[in-house]
Design a protein. Structure first.
Length: 334
């Protein structure tokens, strides 16, 4: 099954790389044949940024519970083997596909040639394991990994100059074209505590790019005070990957009011799995379905696994997503 939109923005670009572009204009309503796969991120078990959270949970336990909960695939985590063949054998043991994996970019801080070299190593790894989408985020000036740095919601207009925006967009477009030439999609992940966090910043990045795809993360959007439906209405044709993360509204409001760091908010429980928080997913799924998106839906929730039992929440997320998807389509895997 092809990824969401391997050619970046879903438009016909004149290139035939052997993949469907993720858009079926003959089935615009999508109700009869919306084909999606449900995956999960291992961050439910072990946090990549705050490694004391779930650091004691064995990778094999994580993968076994993913399988028990019903998932078809997993994204990369820091405990995964760095050798492609070793990882393939391990994932096959649990009947899991490799969905994708995050790659941190520093296009505003490093030479592009060095960035491209590191990116292509990541791209090679994902391609060898059959992934169809690559996740990136610009991590220059990131603050999400600093437990003492409050998240910034206001006065963000001066974080990047016009020259910075141009350099970022040009670098991302180059990487998107490299990725597309290999038959994969590039998905940009907006993220709390990064330079592309707010709705205005997402809009600006989309305005300055064409080939770059967008990863929609529902939890990060709501945390940033951005309406997921508004983002989808304006940019759904650019969506190449989807992360489903819910928020606990009371924790979110407290995090904003008290200027919490990302670490503090995560540890307080700002995120949870879909169906356990305040986000209404029915219209989000309908918008994705009607747009022709047919890639992965990836459940996520950065939580303390010793306070929020991972298998319980993994099952909760899978059940909710599977039931909601099944209301209006005929094929869902995992």
């Amino acid at each position: 099954m092809p990824s969401g939109r391997p050619n970046g923005n879903g438009a016909d670009n004149g290139h035939d790389n052997g993949h469907d572009n993720g858009h079926d204009s003959g089935h615009a309503s999508g109700h009869d044949d919306w084909q999606v796969r449900i995956g999960i991120n291992p961050i439910v078990w072990s946090n990549d940024d705050f490694r004391d959270l779930g650091g004691d949970i064995a990778l094999e336990s994580c993968l076994a519970e993913m399988q028990q909960a019903g998932y078809a695939g997993s994204e990369l985590g820091h405990k995964f083997p760095k050798n492609a063949e070793t990882l393939r054998v391990l994932l096959d043991r649990y009947d899991l596909q490799l969905v994708s994996g995050w790659h941190s970019l520093h296009l505003l801080e490093r030479d592009f040639a060095a960035e491209r070299l590191d990116y292509e190593k990541h791209l090679d790894f994902l391609q060898r394991l059959g992934s169809e989408v690559v996740i990136v985020a610009e991590c220059s000036q990131r603050t999400y990994n600093d437990p003492l740095q409050p998240l910034q919601f206001d006065d963000r207009q001066d974080l990047m100059s016009a020259a910075d925006w141009g350099r970022l967009a040009d670098g991302l477009e180059s990487l998107a074209r490299i990725t597309r030439a290999r038959g994969l999609a590039l998905a940009y992940h907006h993220h709390m505590g990064t330079l592309v966090q707010s709705r205005a910043e997402i809009d600006e990045l989309m305005r300055r790019t064409h080939d770059l795809g967008l990863l929609v993360d529902t939890g990060h959007l709501v945390f940033a005070d951005a309406d997921p439906m508004g983002v989808l209405r304006d940019h759904v044709q650019r969506v190449t990957h989807v992360h489903l993360k819910d928020v606990r509204p009371d924790v979110l409001m407290r995090a904003r009011a008290e200027r919490h760091s990302f670490s503090t908010a995560v540890r307080a429980g700002v995120f949870t799995v879909p169906g356990d928080g305040g986000i209404d997913y029915a219209p989000i799924f309908e918008q994705l379905r009607c747009s022709g998106y047919r890639g992965w839906l990836v459940v996520e929730a950065e939580q303390d696994p010793h306070r929020s039992q991972p298998l319980h929440y993994a099952r909760m997320g899978w059940n909710y997503v599977q039931q909601l998807v099944a209301l209006g389509q005929t094929e869902v895997k995992g």
